[in-house]
Ligand binder design. Sequence first.
Ligand SMILES: [Zn+2]
Length: 415
Amino acid sequence: MNTRRVRIMTMTAFSPRSRTRRAVLATAAGAVLAMPAACELTDAQAPEDGGAAAARPPDGNGAAGGGAGAEHGSGARGRPGVPMLTVAATGDFLLHDVLVQQAAEDRRSQGRRGYDLMPMLAGIKPVIGAADLGICHVETPLGRREGPFSGYPAFNSPPQIVDAVAGLGYDTCSTASNHTVDQGEPGVRRTLAALDAAGVRHAGSARTAEEARRINLLDVKGVKVAHLSYTQDTNGIPPPAPWSVNAGLSAPRILADAARAKAAGARLVVLSLHWGEEYRHEPTAAQRALARTLLASEDVDLIVGCHVHVVQPFERINGKWVAYGMGNQVANPSANDAATHEGVIARFTFTRGPSGWTAAPAFTPTVVVPGPPIRLHALGPGSDHQAAIARTSGYVRSLGANVPLAPDANPSTVR
Ligand SMILES: [Zn+2]
């Protein structure tokens, strides 16, 4: 079910795109809106299917949103009239050489030159496309379409990844990582230009001081959602400008930004954090302490994490959720430990009740299979990758949260 109706807004003028799935509108920053109290949720609460939809609340700014009218979800398990939206977030794209070669091969098989990453990643499209808000992470700077490309330690990745990001149904990507400034200011500029050209919003890096101050505010089924992004470090590379990347996980700074987002009208604030110790399934003490500090604030509603390349647990804190690490979305399936080929799509269903928003978590395990061809699969309950599902489930639940596997968005395509 692809019933998403995402309307994207910006606080400055923004040209509408002609994509049928989304409509874009420009709006001024809204008035300060009351923030509901911290979410309450029982761990046993079942997630809603990503395609479900409920009545859309009044828009509040009077702008028409290209068919974004109220939806009464067929198949929705939410109560009619109860605002509900689904968020799906994923981990790192690590575009090692073999993946770039596969993208060239897939393009060649269409009789064309260049790179096409969509065939490799299409297995997760039913899950991302079914979510009302899809959040990806672009860990590495993007190069020119014709290359040259490079891998670790100074990444320069094919910008064609953004074509796939848009095609998979992502709406916004975090770009703050330890590799953001691997290619200096030109890398930051190319990455954000590629996302802009594809109509995908972004947070975490910037070309100007003004862009860095701007809150990445999206309209999801009539609900304003802010997506912000920060990284713990830049591998010791000094950012070309103070605004190039949101580097350093300063709780006061992040909370100040989250408060600004709420003041700009965001009902929900989602943080993408690039943090943790690589290849370690357990969150560090620093991750756990920061999650506690941030989720203690009513200005932060959800944290999704990247960087460690393996799956880390979900934890419920102050009635809200953190997914510490979602693993790699895609990485070389024949290098490193198998755990780096396994990831999760973290899925959260937000429902607004009388006492505010509540979030129900779920996850879809993913695995990169070496093929050939190399392909990313989303794993459903009937999958033949049961060992991967068991491992991933163990990591997700390792802090005791009984997070369920998400129902298949589309059982015929989820493997
Ligand atoms: Zn990283």
